[in-house]
Write a protein that binds this ligand. Structure first.
Ligand SMILES: *[C@@H]1O[C@H](CO)[C@@H](O)[C@H](O)[C@H]1NC(C)=O
Ligand SMILES: *[C@@H]1O[C@H](CO)[C@@H](O)[C@H](O)[C@H]1NC(C)=O
Ligand SMILES: *[C@@H]1O[C@H](CO)[C@@H](O)[C@H](O)[C@H]1NC(C)=O
Length: 390
């Protein structure tokens, strides 16, 4: 059975842990432990469904290898680079992003929202109003013990000291490939990267500076290389075991076997960063993005995923950037669903059509929001996937 797993599963990075789980679980099963047996059956079922899902994805979509199919007009490359330089040379306007958001989303955007969860005697009520990811209701104990481990909860001093900060949020969009914007992106004060989007091998197009790596546990890069020059690791916590994972990462401990079973893919086992580099995203920013700005309905039941009311991490990062920075730019944003055979990401073989299989996010609504932000001049779109100004 394990060797079959090995062959069937298309992602080699996922095959190792399942094997490990299997053998470990099997050792324990020699003891007559019924509960463990049930858990094991349940895991097998989940794995089966997951494999079917992946296979379905692979059979119904073609591969879109960006290095083979992607051609970018050299004139467009020049225009994109020129536009990025223009954006960088414009005067930086203090508080511009925040005040523009407050003007655009009257009563729906809070100018003073702290970006990261802080330790403090007065617990912030808004942070505990909703279940994750919109709040930490019923997790106050876990949050407090995590905060005990985190010595810092703000931007690092050298960034805080700047009177005006320019941020760029780098999305994973295939549109970023070929524009050779790397050197321009490196010039921003704060570079926000999402989930596992890699730098290694792509720095010509995506730069090699990472101020913030924002991710949930399953998205955290597995390669140490991606952390070498990372200032902040910002954790987005969705479920109970995410708190356990973060605690293990901060303490540089091994994640217990039973905790690992609850993740839907392999999670990083070590994050090579000191505790002072870790932050927890303020869940109120997700709540603000979802319910106030995107106007999604609040969770109706425990199965909130079905409501499509969870914003993508990309849009959450854009809203975070407006709270952290004075000027905000985007690169690598925009899913053009009318082009199903174009590459979805700048770093893998998925086609745009794969986006039609996801069930968590409402891409149409998100794109409308980003379009509004670009057209109103609140953010600049450096790769032109949302609205091209070059
Ligand atoms: C980025 O790449 C440049 C040139 O290759 C190198 O000099 C620089 O040290 C790199 N920076 C980081 C943060 O890795
Ligand atoms: C984590 O622990 C390992 C040894 O288990 C050590 O080599 C490594 O430097 C530690 N990492 C951090 C960030 O302290
Ligand atoms: C996305 O949201 C819009 C309203 O904001 C709704 O009309 C549409 O049906 C939603 N799409 C999906 C796929 O849920």
């Amino acid at each position: 059975m394990p060797s079959e797993y090995h062959c069937v599963k298309p992602r080699s990075d996922c095959s190792r842990p399942s094997l490990q789980w299997y053998t470990r679980a099997q050792n324990k099963m020699r003891r007559p432990n019924l509960l463990l047996k049930d858990i094991f059956k349940c895991i097998l079922l989940v794995f089966g469904v997951w494999i079917l899902y992946i296979l379905k994805l692979n059979y119904t979509t073609e591969e879109c290898d960006i290095k083979k199919v992607h051609y970018v007009d050299p004139d467009r490359v020049k225009r994109a680079q020129k536009y990025a330089q223009q954006v960088l040379q414009q005067e930086c306007r203090p508080r511009f992003a925040r005040t523009s958001m407050a003007r655009l989303f009257e009563h729906q955007y809070s100018v003073d929202l702290p970006p990261f969860v802080k330790k403090g005697p007065r617990a912030n009520e808004a942070e505990y109003k909703y279940d994750p990811p919109f709040g930490f209701r019923q997790f106050s104990g876990k949050v407090q013990s995590l905060l005990e481990l985190l010595p810092e909860h703000d931007l690092p001093e050298h960034l805080k000291a700047k009177s005006c900060r320019r941020c760029v949020v780098i999305g994973s969009g295939g549109i970023l490939h070929g524009l050779e914007l790397g050197p321009a992106l490196n010039q921003f004060d704060v570079v926000i990267r999402l989930n596992s989007a890699p730098v290694e091998g792509y720095s010509e197009h995506v730069g090699n500076k990472t101020t913030i790596r924002m991710t949930y546990p399953e998205g955290a890069p597995l390669s140490d290389f991606e952390y070498y020059s990372t200032d902040l690791f910002v954790a987005v916590l969705f479920k109970s075991v995410d708190f356990n994972w973060l605690q293990a990462m901060v303490k540089n401990e091994t994640l217990p076997f039973w905790v690992r079973l609850f993740f839907w893919k392999q999670v990083a086992e070590k994050i090579p960063l000191q505790p002072k580099h870790f932050r927890i995203l303020n869940p109120v920013i997700i709540k603000e993005t979802a319910f106030d700005i995107l106007q999604y309905s609040e969770p109706q039941s425990r199965f909130w995923g079905r409501d499509k009311n969870v914003p993508t991490i990309g849009v959450i990062a854009v809203v975070l950037a407006t709270h952290l920075c004075d000027e905000v730019s985007l690169a690598g944003f925009g899913y053009d669903l009318s082009q199903p055979r174009t590459p979805l990401h700048y770093f893998d073989n998925l086609c745009m059509a794969a986006m039609n299989f996801q069930t968590m996010h409402n891409v149409t609504t998100e794109t409308r929001l980003l379009l509004k932000l670009v057209k109103e001049g609140v953010v600049k779109d450096l790769s032109g996937g949302i609205h091209c100004e070059f």
